[in-house]
Design a protein around this ligand. Structure first.
Ligand SMILES: N[C@@H](CCC(=O)N[C@@H](CS)C(=O)NCC(=O)O)C(=O)O
Length: 205
């Protein structure tokens, strides 16, 4: 049985979505970031950088697996589940990897800084906020252009879409105007309607 360690953040939702889409049996293990539970000695053995999400799989390849980093978790779940979430054909897998990494290492870090300087930073810093808003909107425009002639980011629905959905959902709805990007909105709404996605976003810790 996989144990999935999560909290109710963008990266936590990626792992919850991947888990629900995989259909694999699992147990959800909330790590309350407000209570600093990510610093407990036992959790640091699973996620040395004190971040969620993470997982433990007692039936991993070669035995017990511990894993952190949402992108690595999505790849792991996609591999374990088999099927279209993480295709095995090299050309398709390369496409998925491109958008998976774009989500994990370009889009989400900008979106997180945007969220920090818009909603949580104690001082108003308009230029900093505006810088990160522009970066997120640039990513939205990149997605929108690509999705004009692709149904999903890498062909069929995959872990690449899962990596890019939560920050689009959170920030597109909360002020960055997803309505200005019609192809992105179409993609967003198709993903939002998936039962696994609805289950993942109904988790409350
Ligand atoms: N690159 C990591 C980032 C994970 C991350 O930023 N996690 C945040 C919540 S979204 C966290 O656990 N923060 C708690 C901390 O830094 O102590 C991933 O994709 O999983």
């Amino acid at each position: 049985m996989i144990e999935l360690y999560f909290w109710l953040t963008d990266n936590g939702r990626k792992a919850l979505q991947g888990m629900e889409e995989s259909g694999l049996p699992h147990k959800k293990m909330p790590i309350n970031l407000q209570k600093k539970e990510q610093f407990s000695p036992d959790y640091l053995k699973i996620s040395p950088g004190h971040k969620i999400p993470a997982l433990v799989d007692d039936e991993g390849p070669g035995g017990r697996v511990t894993l952190c980093e949402s992108g690595a978790i999505l790849k792991y779940l996609g591999e374990k589940a088999g099927g279209a979430l993480y295709p095995t054909a090299p050309a398709q897998r390369t496409r998925v990897d491109q958008w998976l990494f774009y989500g994990s290492s370009t889009f989400t870090p900008f979106a997180q800084q945007y969220g920090l300087f818009t909603h949580r930073f104690p001082e108003p810093l308009p230029q900093v906020r505006s810088h990160y808003a522009d970066q997120v909107k640039d990513c939205f425009a990149v997605f929108d252009k690509h999705l004009a002639d692709h149904e999903y980011l890498a062909g069929a629905y995959s872990i690449a879409d899962i990596a890019c959905y939560p920050d689009t959902h959170i920030h597109g709805k909360e002020g960055l105007g997803i309505g200005d990007y019609p192809n992105l909105l179409r993609w967003h709404d198709a993903i939002a309607a998936r039962p696994a996605v609805q289950r993942a976003w109904s988790v409350t810790g």
